[in-house]
Design a binder for this molecule. Structure first.
Ligand code: ARG
Length: 471
């Protein structure tokens, strides 16, 4: 069988690479997924080459038709990748040239170094847009669950100890806020991804009078104001992977947010909390214990944050010692970038689907939220309203709580006399009959209506704001 000599070796090399070298250096096994963007970039490049007289109109037509045909075959799964041709760029170019003689002119004024930078930017751009859509879906699922249970109160926690009452919706909307910041970071990253590196050549541009603006325009490298975005330094352009790092960093933070949400859901689904029930389709069983229903999706979401964080660290490490400009090390960026994108996208999607299949156990939530100790701060605030300095009020209510523990009686069942029994600390009778009314949860929630607080009106306002913002 005739051994294929990769295009990049013809001329200079006497023979093909050793079999294990080919295997070690190939990237087609993973960069084949860039095919659509590689073809898109080649068509734009060819269009420009025709404009500057490197290709005739006929040659351009043949190249575009050839690339389109190859694209159709790849999409149909009929294209045979050749590992000997190293990567996506040479696989497509070699096949094009085999079919269309003018294909041999396509690589004029182009290097795989600016080509791969272009492909990655085009791919990342699409990926960011798709991910933003998934995040919005997850935000909608959180808002939906909050609205469906808009009257449900739960304890809010600090140190995983019951702290103060909040609406379940308020807790869910905290994640909507986090996800919104993720979207902002991704959009910001998008603005630096969306810059065209083509024309940078191997590292030092080209001797041809390239029309870089035309290529950039054809490929949609324009900002919101319609300004064409071109890289401004050919050396930077071929070795820059900051955009990939930025994407992986934004995605790592997203993964951390998803992991935190997962952790809350895992806790809530436990018998100890019992706040939610995840539908069978979104839970798994145990191979040994017949009674088990495990929140594996949430656990995997939590676990997958590890690899996404790892990918970010891998990329930073990959870049930190590279001399200018392109080095083959950079080929190692792809699997990390792809893995991050795939992982956060599926995790975001699965979390949204799971939330849409989750029921809130209103009885258990109400029981937990009715713990009167959650309103101990409200009782201190009551004393402050009567004119007592907060530190003193904090001390007195602390003493009342200690007394309830000793008496084995919940705070809201203390009589006025019992409350007043701690008064000797101050020597005054600050607790009045109205102190007992502090433990009315509805009234307590009505009092918390500053912007961002978990009060009844404020949470309703926030739910409405998010619903309209996400529609
Ligand atoms: N497969 C290579 C990569 O992913 C493409 C660029 C190769 N360039 C080179 N000079 N060998 O980075």
């Amino acid at each position: 069988m005739k051994r294929i000599s990769p295009v990049s070796r013809s001329g200079r090399f006497a023979g093909s690479p050793a079999a294990d070298v080919a295997q070690f250096t190939e990237s087609i096994s993973f960069d084949c997924r860039l095919w659509r963007h590689d073809i898109q970039g080649s068509i734009a490049h060819a269009t420009m080459l025709q404009k500057i007289g490197v290709l005739t109109k006929k040659e351009l037509r043949a190249i575009v038709q050839g690339l389109d045909a190859i694209g159709r075959e790849i999409a149909a799964g009929k294209f045979r990748w050749k590992a000997g041709l190293e990567d996506i760029h040479m696989n497509i170019e070699a096949e094009l040239t085999r079919r269309v003689p003018a294909g041999a002119k396509l690589h004029t004024a182009r290097s795989r170094n600016d080509q791969v930078a272009l492909d990655l930017r085009l791919w990342s751009r699409d990926e960011i847009i798709a991910l933003l859509g998934e995040i919005a879906d997850l935000q909608r699922a959180l808002v939906w669950l909050g609205e469906k249970n808009s009257d449900v109160l739960i304890p809010g926690y600090t140190h995983l100890q019951r702290a103060q009452p909040v609406y379940l919706a308020h807790h869910l909307l905290a994640y909507v806020e986090m996800l919104e910041r993720d979207c902002e970071r991704l959009w910001d990253c998008h603005s630096r991804v969306n810059v065209c590196p083509l024309g940078s050549g191997a590292l030092a541009g080209s001797t041809f009078p390239l029309k870089r603006e035309l290529v950039a325009k054809l490929l949609g490298f324009v900002d919101a104001g319609g300004k064409i975005q071109l890289t401004q330094n050919s050396m930077d352009a071929v070795s820059d992977r900051d955009f990939a790092v930025e994407f992986c960093a934004a995605a790592a933070l997203l993964a951390v947010h998803l992991s935190r949400l997962a952790e809350d859901l895992i806790l809530w689904a436990s018998a100890e909390f019992n706040f939610i029930k995840i539908a069978d389709a979104y839970t798994t069983g145990s191979s040994l214990m017949p009674q088990k229903k495990n929140p594996d999706i949430a656990e995997l979401a939590r676990g997958k944050s590890g690899r996404v964080i790892g990918n970010l660290v891998a990329l930073l490490t990959l870049l930190k010692g590279l001399p200018m400009t392109y080095n083959r090390d950079l080929q190692e960026d792809k699997e990390r970038l792809f893995d991050t994108a795939d992982t956060v996208r599926t995790t975001t999607r699965l979390m949204a689907a799971m939330l849409k299949n989750t029921k809130v156990n209103k009885t258990a939530c109400a029981a937990a939220a009715s713990d009167p100790a959650l309103l101990a701060t409200d009782l201190a605030d009551y004393l402050v309203r009567k004119g007592m300095p907060f530190r003193q009020a904090h001390h007195i209510v602390g003493a009342v709580v200690a007394l309830t523990e000793k008496a084995g009686k919940p705070l809201d069942q203390f009589t006025l006399a019992e409350l007043q029994s701690v008064d000797p600390v101050t020597g005054t009778k600050v607790f009045g009959r109205d102190a007992l009314g502090i433990f009315n949860l509805q009234r307590a929630m009505a009092r918390r209506n500053q912007p961002g607080a978990p009060g009844t009106k404020e949470v309703a306002k926030q739910l409405a704001r998010w619903r309209s913002q996400l529609s």
